[in-house]
Design a protein around this ligand. Sequence first.
Ligand code: EPZ
Length: 430
Amino acid sequence: MDRIRIVGGNELHGVIPISGAKNAALPLMIASLLTDDTLTLENVPHLADVEQLIRILGNHGADISVNGRRERQGESYARTIHFTSRNIVSTTAPYELVSKMRASFWVIGPLLAREGKARVSLPGGCAIGTRPVDLFIDGLTALGANIEIDGGYVNATAPAGGLAGGRYVFPKVSVGATHVLMMAATLANGTTVLGNAAREPEVVDLAKCLNAMGAKITGQGTSTITVEGVPSLSGARHRVLPDRIETGTYAMAVAMTGGDVILEDTDASLLETALEAIRRTGAEISETNSGIRIVRNGAGIKPVDIVTDPFPGFPTDLQAQFMGLMTKSSGVSHITETIFENRFMHVQELARLGAKISLSGQTAKVEGVSRLKGAPVMATDLRASVSLVIAGLAAEGETMVSRVYHLDRGFERLEEKLTRCGAHVERVSD
Ligand code: EPZ
């Protein structure tokens, strides 16, 4: 199994190209099931989660072709992928596939809307929390679906004439349930109004793509989304938006090591709250024509408190990385996680590098230390694992991160991007 070896101590200098967003690419790929025409997605990152979803969509009958010629983008490669689901050959998403990646549960929306039925395995819990599916069930029921749970599967059927427009107010903001209800409502009879909807940029990107396919969605990016159902959707060509979590991660890496890096092909407006928190730690951040420049020279890292929240708040997907940064701050910071109940598994691993962190309920108190020391550490989930990389970059000596497959789910060419900026990071295959 691969491991990542980091020798800390180097500043980062150079340019890092930012990939297309994993969390936009996944729902966009699933949206291709809504039409028998071809949906072409550009700027799709090459990640384990994308490959897994390709297998899942293939199981439903999608014909998928990846452009032989990879589109050059700085030092990275973005792919263009064509998805054609002329015929849906199966409306079942089996446990073996869904259990590997929670987002695959989201096929329930398009399958139900287009085929009138879907049988999708419950995704189950995962390392960061229990993550139930009650909001999906209640929301789809509001569109007229009949839903039963049996033998670990969600069996959903639409009424004879298809799903009907409805009104649903999410009791809690959910990115995935917003994606699913928006997709399902595109083909429903009549108008759907979703209240307390997620406002994440990835929801806006999905709405943009669905509208290019002929859907009638308004209000995306606000908490009320209105979807006027249409009889069918067509194909489209859409470019996946930049990955704001990858952007924030590398910005925090530079704030940690010091240096001067341009993050290319990204957009500061996707992560204002996180960038503001990084600025308050003492780093300078400015916008360039095609991205963001981040500089930290000499000055230490100031402690900053953060609380995770749905967009436009501080993203939970950057919480672990920010904690990594705070381990070397010049004081005490508090990090509060409000989205997932168990997203602090990086704490004990960061402690192995010498970090001083104590947990009280949903808040971590981080007492900055002047030096971290390299150690063997274990990745526990995608974002937790990259927080260990950030800490390792500033630790003395060698840090060896095992269970790297977590990183490969969401960070494209991580070691290459960091190495080109002067870091000592390599993949070790045993
Ligand atoms: C998306 O997950 C992201 N995944 C997550 O990124 C991200 O952490 C999360 O949104 C929050 O921003 C993708 O986009 C593929 P939610 P999602 O539904 O949609 C609760 C990463 O590292 N909830 O917004 O699954 C849930 O338990 C991943 O890239 C219910 O209670 O998250 C959580 O507490 C990890 N019932 C909260 O809502 C439901 O039916 C928000 O979860 C659904 C969710």
